[in-house]
Write a protein that binds this ligand. Structure first.
Ligand code: HEM
Length: 495
């Protein structure tokens, strides 16, 4: 079913429904994420793709060096590290140095605190159910004030970006004698100056906010998972079709909305006993601890951070897998030497570990909702124009008909290299597939590998006192993205 939607009917199913909050300060008009498939979207994707595939821009050495120094300092002081926090700051530095050649975050300072807080507000607002999205008549009055609050945070983030970017804007066209930078910002400035371009300097800032702080994970409906609650909802119909669970939720109102959840049968929403999407304490569509359709209370860690955190948690919970990763790293990279991009392709066990993490804990569990551009029939189901389509990547990863022991962490299943996450193998579509596939995939692949390898090479990791590996809390807090409910803290010990 996922293949039908993302491959065979890709063209019709590639739209996006823009929530009211994403329209704050016209954000949606500059964001690849919300733009409809068209000329501007194509041009921006092309620029991003070119920039992100030329990964030599990635100033990994500097950023990872800082990470390593910070770990060393924590090791000397016997201090535990919040993996989520260092993951966020390191990703932000890697991304900002790649995109506009500056470091935004300092690992051991509070200078990024405000930025993180503003991003938190955006993520929370964008993930909160908003009446304005369901009752168009109240859209103008913004009854929950979500759009207004988003505007306040967005404006502050744009001011922070202004401070960083204005010198670049101003020096453009002035000969400084130094060579032109070859980063994403420069490519966007070129686009802005093309004769027929409708891409303004403000658009550039909005776009960098999306890519840099990963608004990509914001603004979609947060659909919680307890199937009993789903079935209990009067407007829900659930059918088993061709060994694929399709849940069609019909919301009748001023206009008709359909949400299709596409995923594996057993896994699905009813899935595992693993603290996964079935954990009723997390609330379902009708509400709950984290607010059901919305209410994402987590810190603003991005998809990279989530992936790094889940990988470390799985390795700490499975010490024998951790030893295998360490052995591989020390057989390829000399002691005390920093991990480099060129090492990544030789780290096949680490690669299998990361694929297994993506299978078990996909950072974007429903992809970003697609929208049907016209009425379409798929596998006998009529999907009306404007229906939102959610692909349940989490359930596909936990489907026992695809994977043996789906709830066990077994990187060995990927060692033969047959399955990859580049969008061709529908068992593992962590980054999506088709024309809306994540344009940051290559960069993300590199960043996750580099960060995990840097954390593990040269350091042993100790869980907090009193916590045994098998007791590590692996509960998921799912919403717009899949977070670890309890942030991972562990102490690095230099060996
Ligand atoms: C582990 C890290 C990441 C994961 C798992 C991930 C996953 C995804 C997924 C599943 C989608 C939606 C695909 C769809 O709707 O079919 C997406 C879209 C997107 N991602 Fe990523 N992503 C990651 C990192 C990144 C990074 C580092 C960037 C940029 C620097 C990025 C930029 C984007 C953008 C701009 C879109 C929207 C594309 C569009 O709508 O055309 N992502 N990502």
């Amino acid at each position: 079913m996922a293949q039908e939607i993302l491959q065979k009917n890709d063209q019709v199913c590639s739209g996006r429904a823009v929530p009211s909050v994403a329209q704050a300060m016209n954000h949606h008009k500059a964001s690849i994420l919300w733009l409809p498939v068209g000329t501007k979207w194509r041009k921006l994707r092309k620029i991003c793709k070119e920039q992100m595939s030329t990964i030599h821009h990635l100033d990994a050495k500097n950023c990872l060096g800082k990470l390593q120094d910070y770990l060393q300092e924590c090791s000397n002081r016997g201090r535990a590290v919040d993996i989520c926090e260092i993951g966020f700051k390191t990703s932000l530095n890697l991304l900002s140095s790649t995109f506009f050649s500056v470091d935004l975050a300092h690992l051991n300072s509070s200078s990024t605190q405000e930025m993180m807080e503003k991003v938190q507000v955006l993520i929370k607002n964008l993930g909160t159910p908003n009446l304005a999205d369901y009752i168009p008549l109240v859209k103008l009055i913004d009854p929950q004030g979500l759009k207004h609050k988003t505007e306040v945070s967005l404006r502050r983030l744009l001011e922070i970006l202004d401070r960083t970017l204005n010198p670049r804007f101003q020096s453009r066209g002035i000969s400084t004698g130094s060579p032109r930078k070859k980063d994403l910002l420069e490519a966007l400035l070129d686009f802005n100056q093309e004769d027929d371009s409708d891409f303004s300097l403000d658009d550039i800032k909005h776009l960098l906010i999306v890519s840099g702080v990963r608004l990509a994970k914001c603004g979609w409906l947060t659909l919680g998972g307890d199937v009993k609650r789903l079935d209990g909802w009067p407007l829900v119909k659930s059918v088993e079709h061709d060994r694929v669970m399709v849940m069609v939720v019909l919301f009748c109102g001023w206009r008709s909305w359909w949400f299709c959840f596409v995923g594996g049968g057993h896994g699905g929403f009813t899935g595992s006993n693993h603290g996964g999407f079935t954990d009723s304490s997390h609330g379902g569509v009708t509400g709950g601890v984290h607010g059901g359709l919305g209410g994402d209370e987590h810190v603003a860690a991005d998809t990279i951070t989530d992936s790094v955190q889940w990988t470390m948690a799985e390795l700490l919970r499975n010490p024998e897998k951790m030893s295998k990763v360490k052995d591989e790293l020390s057989s390829i990279i000399a002691e005390n030497k920093q991990v480099e991009e060129s090492d990544i392709s030789r780290l096949s066990y680490l690669n299998a570990v990361i694929k297994e993490t993506f299978r078990c804990h996909p950072a974007v569990p429903f992809l970003i909702p697609h929208k049907a551009e016209t009425d379409i029939t798929i596998n006998g189901y009529i999907i009306p124009k404007n229906a939102q389509i959610l692909v349940n990547v989490w359930a596909i990863g936990r489907d026992s008909r695809i994977w043996s022991n789906p709830d066990s962490f077994e990187p060995e299943r990927f060692l033969d290299g047959k399955i990859d996450y580049k969008g061709h193998d529908f068992e593992l579509i962590t980054f999506g597939s088709g024309r809306r596939i994540c344009p940051g995939m290559l960069l993300a692949h590199l960043m996750v590998h580099l960060m995990v390898a840097t954390l593990i090479h040269n350091f042993n990791w100790k869980l907090e006192p009193g916590i045994e590996p098998e007791q590590l809390d692996m509960n998921e807090m799912y919403g717009i993205s899949l977070h670890k409910a309890v942030p991972l803290k562990a102490s690095p010990v230099k060996h």
